[in-house]
Ligand binder design. Structure first.
Ligand code: PEP
Ligand code: MG
Length: 286
């Protein structure tokens, strides 16, 4: 079965009724990026930059960011490369952040340390040569946060005399779903972090074994996903799903039925996801 699926890598990710779907890969390392492109991904929808720094004892410096990003972005040359800023979280917290109590750690911690965010933006811009760069912010709850990020990213781009890349917001907290219309207007693209969003909407800890990708099918979660996709459409923004639900072939028809047309999944999931897309028939209007 694995070999059979791998043999179909050259085939497009299109539903039986002819709707094209963009498949992207979630990566933490250059090897993930290489494997994802080999499996037919059109680029990366999520580069998890914090993974390289889980044992670090200080905010990564610009040079450390650059060294970690360089091989990943080089592997993605010519393709979409969606770099997510550091998303330290209770389940992935380096020693220097032990004992901090910010609830939405990813973004709030960085906005509390704007020099750390500015250093990461600088490194991203310095290493992006050749890739179709996008920058994505995790754990966004407000337009003000996104505006602050845009200011810092714009300053780093202006310093280099390069255009600022598209800036996207992850929608993975209930507060973000509540203001998704304003966030969609303020962002250049949106990506649904179904792992955190499902956990938060169901009141589960992110590490709870009961938190499976399939729980995205619960009405409260599915309604949120649908609302995000619709807001994206109203504002003509790309909306992807990049949580583990996007890598579960059994959930592909459900995700596509929300109107979502971009899925970003682990490299090992892509063959099955593509096969599931090619087996799906969408109803008119889906
Ligand atoms: C998510 O929350 O679904 C997501 C893609 O981000 P992470 O798993 O890195 O929190
Ligand atoms: Mg998340």
């Amino acid at each position: 079965r694995r070999e059979e699926l791998a043999a179909l890598r050259g085939q497009p990710a299109v539903t039986l009724d002819g709707t094209p779907v963009t498949l992207l890969v979630n990566v933490s390392t250059a090897a993930d990026a290489v494997a994802g492109l080999a499996a037919g991904a059109q680029g990366s929808g999520l580069i998890r930059t914090e993974v390289a720094f889980l044992n670090t004892r200080h905010w990564p410096t610009r040079a450390e960011h650059a060294a970690a990003l360089r091989p990943v972005l080089a592997a993605l040359a010519g393709h979409r490369a969606t770099v997510r800023t550091l998303d330290f979280a209770p389940d992935k917290l380096p020693p220097f952040l032990w004992g901090t109590s910010s609830r939405h750690r990813g973004l709030e911690l960085m906005l509390d340390n704007p020099h750390a965010l500015a250093d990461q933006f600088a490194a991203i811009l310095d290493e992006a040569d050749g890739a179709q760069l996008r920058v994505m912010i995790p754990m966004v709850v407000s337009v003000a946060q996104l505006a602050r990020c845009r200011e810092l990213l714009g300053a780093a781009a202006a310093e280099r005399g390069v255009p600022a890349p598209p800036l996207g917001a992850m929608i993975e907290l209930p507060e973000a779903v509540e203001s998704v219309d304003e966030l969609a207007a303020a962002a250049d693209f949106l990506s649904i972090g179904s792992n955190d969003l499902t956990a938060a909407l169901l009141g589960l800890d992110r590490r709870d074994p009961a938190l499976t990708p399939g729980r995205i099918a619960e009405p409260v979660v599915l309604a949120a996903v649908t609302a995000v996709v619709r807001a994206g459409r109203r504002h003509d923004r790309d909306v992807s799903v990049c949580g583990d639900a996007a890598g579960d072939p059994a959930l592909v028809p459900l995700l596509l039925s929300t109107g979502c047309r971009t899925l970003s999944a682990a490299p090992t999931a892509l063959d099955e996801v593509r096969a599931a897309v090619r087996d799906t028939t969408l109803e008119p209007g889906e």
